[in-house]
Design a binder for this molecule. Structure first.
Ligand SMILES: [Ca+2]
Length: 415
């Protein structure tokens, strides 16, 4: 693998960014930066015509005003030809762990040098959107070297999303003793909408997001508590229901379910301050969503959505709001195609602290969202000049990392 390093200077603070409703002196400007997007009013970053004329449920639910990073930062392409990376997470020592869709993992240095290739994982079904998907470190990884990963697996008469765990061998060339701990049943025959993201909470329980497999048989199961499709789960490290799960004592409900009515959720992270679980999911055309996930809630798919079918038809009864079904905090029309996401929790670029960064596939950029009081108050596009399908984002030591479908690894850091 070749490792290249280019430098792109992408952002500088200029007075231009303060155009519009701000009249200030330099003191005010400092306050503006410290209060994040509050006074950085700009036109929305989205200028394309929406797919539908559906009205948002509340002001600011879509096409929020644009913001622009004023801290100077640099974008470096620190590796390429990484195959088809799907997920990237930092290891405790600062190295990077990357999954590759065809079924192996890589360890790279923080500077993008390929150090190790990890094999020995159970076979994946990497047709379509399937393959080796996300990876998460055991909360005690530094002691036990254990990891958890999700993948699409041929199973029974079809395929499904599975979660396995194993240990990184001492030589870091293989995964020892892989064990499947969870399967999102039933299996269907589909190459689409596997999810999935893995995320440990502060108590050591694992959130797992799973898509509804796209085909009509799966779509109609997204609202059903007896089905494993279109769900977010909360499980133990052994794959059992987490204590206190909302449907743990309910008959005819899968006890591992945490929330339901999801389409294809691929972004999960905990807010650094509130600790709440945030999620992004692929909607239909014009209906990608950002959700604040609460236990036991139904997030509406396929009954309510701001999108339409990709053939132009309406989805269901073409309704966007309904009692008992949760509204997204934010939605994108046209779509973002939100894959991985991460909250930035460093002081390195102060105005980014607690902002959400979302990898966009078809949109080919990273969406930076400024969130205050659980509402989106500003949006910016990063890496848009790269024209790369951004698959996942991670952060470590104040740096953002991103991988693209063409195998490029970016590092974004303070200049
Ligand atoms: Ca929804």
């Amino acid at each position: 693998m070749k490792v290249k390093s280019f430098l792109y200077i992408s952002a500088v603070a200029t007075a231009v960014n303060f155009s519009g409703c701000i009249s200030n002196n330099s003191t005010d400007k400092t306050e503006t930066i410290s209060s994040k997007a509050d006074t950085l009013a700009n036109a929305p970053v989205e200028t394309k015509k929406p797919n539908s004329d559906y009205k948002p449920a509340f002001a600011g639910q879509t096409r929020i005003r644009g913001v622009k990073t004023t801290t100077a930062y640099k974008v470096e392409k620190i590796a390429e030809k990484l195959g088809r990376p799907w997920a990237i997470i930092p290891l405790p020592d600062g190295r990077l762990l990357i999954t590759e869709k065809s079924g192996f993992m890589m360890i790279l240095s923080a500077d993008g040098a390929l150090l190790k290739k990890l094999t020995g994982l159970p076979k994946v079904d990497d047709r379509g959107q399937g393959g080796l998907l996300d990876v998460a470190l055991d909360p005690a990884f530094a002691q036990n070297r254990r990891i958890y990963w999700s993948y699409s697996e041929k199973y029974g008469q079809g395929n499904l999303t599975a979660v396995a765990k194993g240990e990184i061998a001492a030589d870091e060339l293989s995964i020892s003793i892989p064990v499947v701990i969870f399967r999102a049943t039933p299996e269907l025959n589909s190459e689409l909408h596997f999810g999935s993201r893995l995320l440990f909470d502060k108590d050591g329980y694992l959130f797992v997001s799973v898509g509804e497999r796209s085909i009509s048989e799966g779509r109609k199961q997204a609202p059903l508590l007896k089905s494993g499709l279109g769900k977010i789960y909360k499980i133990t490290k052994e794959g059992k229901p987490a204590p206190g799960n909302p449907f743990i004592d309910e008959a005819d409900a899968k006890p591992e379910i945490y929330s339901y009515g999801h389409r294809n959720p691929q972004g999960l992270d905990l807010h650094p301050v509130t600790g709440q679980l945030w999620e992004t999911e692929f909607g239909p055309q014009g209906g990608d969503e950002l959700n604040l996930i609460q236990p036991g809630k139904n997030y509406g798919w396929p009954v309510i959505t701001y999108g339409i079918e990709y053939n132009g038809d309406k989805v269901g009864d073409a309704i966007q709001q309904k009692d008992g079904l949760e509204q997204p905090v934010y939605y994108w029309d046209p779509v973002l195609s939100p894959s991985g996401m991460v909250f930035y929790n460093s002081d390195s670029i102060p105005e980014w602290k607690n902002n959400l960064f979302i990898a966009g596939l078809s949109s080919m950029h990273i969406a930076r969202l400024v969130i205050e009081n659980n509402k989106v108050v500003g949006e910016e596009r990063l890496l848009a000049d790269q024209k790369e399908r951004i698959r996942d984002v991670a952060q470590n030591n104040g740096r953002l990392y991103a991988v693209s479908d063409y195998g490029i690894l970016y590092r974004i850091s303070k200049k």
